[in-house]
Design a protein around this ligand. Structure first.
Ligand code: NAP
Length: 548
């Protein structure tokens, strides 16, 4: 496994625990935020990071087949021409170890690690109103203080391990994909059960099946997937990217999802049924998330979506040889792309292998984990030496609500968000002055190519803090009315799409028992969101209270 990250663990003596800004998390967002606040504004900044290396989500998600589904040349920082010039991606989609290598390259190039405390997990963060300071305590009992608190904790960083009876009695080994051991897991000769068929499970099953003696995939909700068509990048393409990066950056910054391609302007119904099939076939052969961009109305019009959905279901039935398995895989109950649309390498083909079996746990739910495997409600037993939980995350809010954050008058964030996340522009919560959230709920975040969304947030926060300092202001806080109106806008943006129709989606918090069902990301598109944020800044930060 990747070992470069392990070198970062050396503790260093603390000269001070008092800073202008504290950043929690050293993934894509925390690293860039450190760079802008420290190197552009000259602030004293400390990053607190639970892991022993940089990488955030990518540090933890080392499961078999872990790979990003944004294309490499767009899944990177775009703010620095030097970084673009000096880094070479090897494949169309970056694999987890390569992303970790990239982030270490950036951290070293920008000399970031000297201001990151690794192995440091935050236990609480409390706002002290009279002093206008955030006091942060770590699990080891260290205390840090700062004027600004910036959470850069990622949207998919808190593992969701279902509370299944009997897990503690299981005699074999079990793992969650988001907390994968650094030394890897050897499946050779093992009987493996994988629970979950989201983006992660769709990536891991084909890789596990290649070495395991037997793989049983427990599927609750069948899922669409389009081939990724991963391949090594040619020297010509890599040169083309370097030569054209300004145009690529400009496309990424001006499109709905922050990807380096535009959604076409044609409707599904502008073309004949035959032409439509040709367009889908061409997109299927090209592979990747661009499939979703084939028509402009796939995500807004049910009848349009049905055409894409039916095309993919037909492909599944063509690929999977056993008709009963094909029927279970293609019996999909939600619109295409209403859940995060996975892309895959040989996912459906994997079910043609003799050592792979699909079990429908919607029809026959998991009742318990036993010492020897998984028992279903019908009494059917599935034996296993290893269980892999590809069961996702307490997404978007989980990491924030578990950090003991308290705002003015000791208000816990968990209380402020009892009915679901509530904030202004996805950037600030009323009652939590000087706390900024990077790509949290209420922002386009997970509906985008993440580095582009992250750069927009980091740059906005940096400009905001620069403005406050220039004006001699010490405090910024979202106004409750502005937050109410923003939450309404987030809801309206979601309702204008088919996204809320996927009732089991983590976008809605539906994957975690007891979590409020609120559509969390802003679905109005990154370009529109960017212009709203820019307008707010240009007009003196309307919707925020600024103070000395
Ligand atoms: P996910 O999309 O939430 O999928 C979790 C899977 O586990 C679902 O199939 C879910 O079924 C199932 N599950 C959960 N609890 C279960 C239970 N008690 N019994 C049976 N099945 C259960 O999680 P994920 O696949 O880890 O993906 C999360 C997100 O991470 C993605 O949507 C994507 O944004 C990101 N991601 C990206 C990449 C990439 O870039 N290539 C790769 C992996 C992940 P239900 O659907 O019925 O709830």
């Amino acid at each position: 496994m990747e070992s470069i990250a392990l070198r970062d663990a050396a503790p260093r003596p603390r000269e001070t625990t008092e800073f202008d800004a504290l950043i929690i998390g050293a993934g894509f967002s925390g690293m860039y935020q450190l760079h802008t606040l420290r190197d552009r504004l000259g602030l004293s900044v400390q990053v607190l990071e639970a892991a022993d290396g940089v990488g955030g989500t990518w540090y933890w998600n080392r499961y078999p087949g872990a790979r990003c589904d944004s294309e490499s040349h767009s899944y990177c920082y775009s703010f620095s021409d030097d970084l673009i010039r000096d880094w070479e991606w090897s494949e169309r989609y970056p694999e987890q170890p390569e992303i970790i290598r990239y982030l270490n390259f950036v951290a070293d190039r920008l000399d970031l690690k000297r201001d990151i405390c690794f192995n440091t997990r935050v236990a609480s963060a409390e706002y002290d109103e009279p002093a206008n300071r955030w006091h942060v305590t770590t699990e080891a009992g260290e205390r840090f203080t700062a004027q600004y608190l910036i959470t850069a904790v990622g949207c998919l960083s808190t593992a969701n391990i279902p509370d299944l009876p009997g897990l503690d009695t299981f005699a074999g080994d079990w793992y969650h994909t988001g907390l994968w051991p650094h030394e890897g897991v050897d499946f050779t000769g093992k009987r493996v059960i994988q629970i979950g068929t989201g983006s992660t499970g769709i990536q891991s099953a084909p890789v596990i099946a290649r070495s395991a003696a037997h793989l049983t995939v427990l599927q609750r909700t069948p899922n669409y997937s389009v081939p990724a068509r991963n391949a090594p990048l040619s020297a010509e393409f890599r040169q083309w990217v370097k030569d054209h990066f300004p145009e690529i950056r400009s496309v990424m910054r001006s499109t709905t999802n922050g990807h380096p391609f535009r959604i076409t302007d044609r409707s599904v119904f502008d073309v004949s049924a035959e032409e439509r099939l040709d367009i889908y076939e061409e997109a299927w052969q090209r592979g990747g998330l661009q499939f979703r961009a084939s028509f402009r109305d796939i995500l807004s019009d049910q009848a349009a979506n049905d055409t894409a959905a039916e095309f993919i279901k037909h492909k599944i039935r063509q690929i999977v040889k056993d008709p009963a398995t094909a029927a279970k895989l293609s019996d999909i109950d939600h619109p295409y792309a209403a859940k995060r649309p996975p892309i895959d390498t040989d996912y459906f083909e994997t079910f043609n292998r003799d050592n792979v079996e699909l079990v429908d746990v919607r029809a026959d739910p998991i009742e318990a984990i036993t010492p020897t495997g998984v028992r279903l409600r019908s009494g059917a037993e599935h034996p296993a030496d290893i269980i892999v939980f590809a069961t996702g995350f307490d997404a978007m809010t989980g990491a924030l609500t578990r950090m003991g954050i308290r705002g003015r008058d000791g208000l816990p964030l968990t209380k402020a968000w009892e009915a679901g996340p509530h904030n202004y522009l996805g950037l600030q919560v009323a009652g939590f002055p000087n706390m900024f959230t990077i790509t949290g709920p209420g922002s386009p975040s997970v509906l985008c190519n993440m580095p582009v969304a992250i750069e927009q947030h980091v740059e906005w926060i940096t400009n905001c803090i620069a403005y406050l300092r220039k004006q001699g202001l010490a405090r910024i806080e979202a106004l409750p009315d502005a937050a109410d109106q923003w939450v309404q806008q987030v809801n309206e943006a979601a309702r204008a799409t088919l996204l809320p129709k996927a009732h089991h989606s983590w976008y809605l918090g539906a994957n975690v028992p007891g979590k409020p069902r609120v559509f969390m990301p802003y679905a109005g598109g990154l370009a529109r969101y960017r212009s709203i944020c820019d307008e707010v800044a240009a007009t003196g930060y309307q919707g925020f209270a600024l103070g000395v």
